[in-house]
Design a protein around this ligand. Sequence first.
Ligand code: S3P
Length: 442
Amino acid sequence: MVAAPAPLTARRLGPLRGRIRVPGDKSISHRALILGALAVGETRIAGLLEGEDVLNTAGAVRALGAQAERHGAGEWSIRGVGVGGFAEPAGNLDFGNSGTGCRLMLGAVAGCPITATFDGDASLRKRPMRRVLDPLERIGAHTLASNDGRLPLTLAGARDPIPIVFEPQVASAQLKSAVLLAALAAPGETVVIEAEATRDHTEKMLSHFGAKLRVETIGAHGRRITLAGQPELTPRPIQVPADPSSAAFPLVAALIVPGSDVILEGVMLNPLRTGILTTLAEMGATIERLASRDEGGEEVADLRVRAGALRGVEVPAARAPSMIDEYPVLAVAAAFAEGTTVMRGLKELRVKESDRLAGTAELLRGNGVAAEINGDDLIVQGRGTAAGGGLVATHMDHRIAMAALVMGMASEKPVAVDDAAFIATSFPGFTGLMRSLGGDLS
Ligand code: S3P
């Protein structure tokens, strides 16, 4: 459970200096627990993100009959039950704030002949699940009860799952992954055709566990993924690299607090996650990739980030899938740039942990930055500085909270957030790490 509201204020102080490692990648952590639970035998995980979202997924796989044990910081073992082997849970599965945990587990449960009720907090209860339920129903699952396609909902998994060809109407890795996880239990080949490629951690981890999966590129941005059903998943060790979406917060802070020089260790640089680095480079940011290496099948590097002048840019809609979680903090960088930044094609931001398009615009305006929403685009007028002085409503959204605090570290007056408690869903230790770099958060 998320703790009572915890207001927090960030103030401008001296430059940020030092080396930090942000916690493990959230997307990979959820998938490691879920695939571990669907494999036969024991999967060892190192570097698991122990944020509330991921801990809720651990609770769900336990409730479904897998064993998930913690051995030390980030060190876990999962004893799986095999594809299609989940047992009916005794109570509701509570995913808290996590859309990823909920949607991926809807897929995993949809391939098992069991019934389960999915629930979450007030934020998750508002988020659309129909997009996931539609293809899962084609595979053979049934939605027994839902609140108009929202949580709480009860899903009866397929008794005889059938393979499908699915072309998602939204670029969503959660949606793609839910279908692939359900399709594990179906005989024959399931095909997912993405017009815009989204993060491919599910595909990579399925291959790592021995599933037969073919990925072809189509057109400039698309992918066609073909999965052979009913594999036996074989446990393989998983090393979770540092989360680039979490790294984005200290990274932008280091860019906009004058004189800063920070190293972020072991950040995952999967090309479907690095849109923020491309954009910041176009804005003139100095970010060096040091000691590039492979960790658990992903490219990682230490990022050296130094403060410097930024300029406004246009961010194309096609880049959105590779930086979907980074727009709130990019908008903060845009405020400290000189000139106009236009971020195009942000429709999906409206259905995140909060309406992030509205929340980001509010966060900027409340701190003296001109920002406007035009259709699905966000336009920010950068003036190289921000007044600050605002109290930002975080709407149960960890990324709005962290983006606001990053802004406060560089703005003329402090920036406060009404509730920093949700930061623990994805980035436990955020406040301590920012303080260790020299940030003033209290
Ligand atoms: C995620 C996919 C994205 C992202 C979320 C994590 C994942 O959501 O916003 O934080 O792990 O698959 P969508 O797939 O809905 O865009």
